[in-house]
Write a protein that binds this ligand. Sequence first.
Ligand code: ZN
Length: 173
Amino acid sequence: MTDSRYVCSSCGKTHEGLPTDWGFKLPDEVFDLSYLEKYRRTRSNTDLCALDEQRFFIRGILMIPFTHQEGEFGWGVWAEVSKPDHDFYVDNYNNELAQGTKVQGKLANTIPGFPEITGLPLDIEIQSAKSRPIFTFPRSADHELAIDQRDGIDHTRHHRFLELCGHFDESDA
Ligand SMILES: [Zn+2]
C-alpha cells in the first residue's frame, strides 16, 4: 500500500484518504421504527428487507463518478421494489444467469444534503451474487443526485458528502 495520507484542499487537515462509499443499514422507514416495532414488523439482512410482508426492499449501489481521480463514489442505498421483483432477486441470488436483469424501484433512503429524494424512480440492474445491484437514475431525472451521477463529482463535493454524513465527526475531524 502506498501512503494515502494527504493534506486536504477542502479543510486543510491531514486525511488518511477519504472513503469512497457510504452505506445505509436499512430503508429509512424501517430504520425509523421503534425497537419493538422493528422486531414485530420487519425482517432483514444486509441485502434484503421486508416490512409487514407487504413492502419489499433491496440494497444496491448508486455510483457517482469522480471528476478529479479514477473511480467512483458508491452510495449504498435501498430501493423499494415490487414483491415479484423482490422474489426474483431472492430466488436468483446465487444464479449467475440473472446478472444483468433489469427491474424498477424507488429510492428508500434520504441522503444527507439531498432533500426529498425518497421515492425517486430508479433503474436497477441485478449483478452476480458477489456484487450488489446497480442503481441508476433514468435519463429524464433532473434532481441534484441524478445530475451528480451523470456529470460526476469533484473532491470538494466528495468531501462535503462525507461531512454531511458525519464521517469527520468520528474520525480525523
Ligand atoms: Zn478535508
